[in-house]
Write a protein that binds this ligand. Structure first.
Ligand SMILES: CC(C)(COP(=O)(O)OP(=O)(O)OC[C@H]1O[C@@H](n2cnc3c(N)ncnc32)[C@H](O)[C@@H]1OP(=O)(O)O)[C@@H](O)C(=O)NCCC(=O)NCCS
Length: 145
């Protein structure tokens, strides 16, 4: 028997913040709440991927671009997909991250953006390999996050 799992990607709602915090605790940094607050301000879209009713992946599409001014200067009008994370680790390598990136790209296209940026840690080789496979190119732009 084949079991099909449905992945739904939606904008974060106020009631999701508590569940996200329980599922992937951000502790004192209150990252989920801060990402949601930025969405409320209209500067980003906080995407959540739901798998069987659980918030399995998230990422913030920052319409104002990268926080680092040198990156914004080099790539003006380029939104950034920030804080991409699939959790728990057992849910990784099943296409969820790729699907969330595809959704973010679609939103960026709908806004008329011709580019989407993704920052990756110098030692995060697997994530970098995924982005390169999806067609992203290295810019050589290094910054501290
Ligand atoms: C990177 C990440 C978002 C990719 O999402 P995903 O659902 O695992 O990715 P997909 O299944 O769509 O694509 C799989 C590819 O992602 C990469 N990947 C898989 N597991 C990974 C892991 N534990 N850490 C980093 N990258 C991983 C590999 O390139 C993988 O290819 P493979 O399955 O052929 O080995 C996810 O693995 C993750 O949350 N990693 C930890 C947090 C992180 O590194 N976030 C990225 C910040 S820039």
């Amino acid at each position: 028997m084949e079991i099909r799992l449905i992945l739904e990607i939606k904008e974060c709602r106020a009631q999701d913040v508590k569940l996200l915090e329980q599922w992937t605790p951000s502790g004192r940094s209150q990252t989920h709440a801060r990402r949601f607050a930025r969405q409320q301000q209209g500067v980003s879209t906080f995407l959540i991927a739901w798998l069987q009713g659980l918030p399995t992946a998230s990422g913030e599409l920052k319409w104002t671009g990268c926080d680092a001014p040198e990156v914004r200067e080099a790539f003006p009008d380029c939104p950034e997909l920030n804080g991409l994370q699939v959790s728990p680790a057992s849910a990784r390598s099943q296409g969820i991250g790729r699907t969330l990136i595809g959704h973010a790209e679609q939103l960026a296209r709908q806004r008329g953006c011709g580019q989407l940026g993704l920052g990756v840690d110098d030692v995060n080789f697997r994530a970098a390999a995924l982005y390169l496979r999806l067609g992203y190119t290295e810019t050589g732009c290094h910054y501290t996050d």
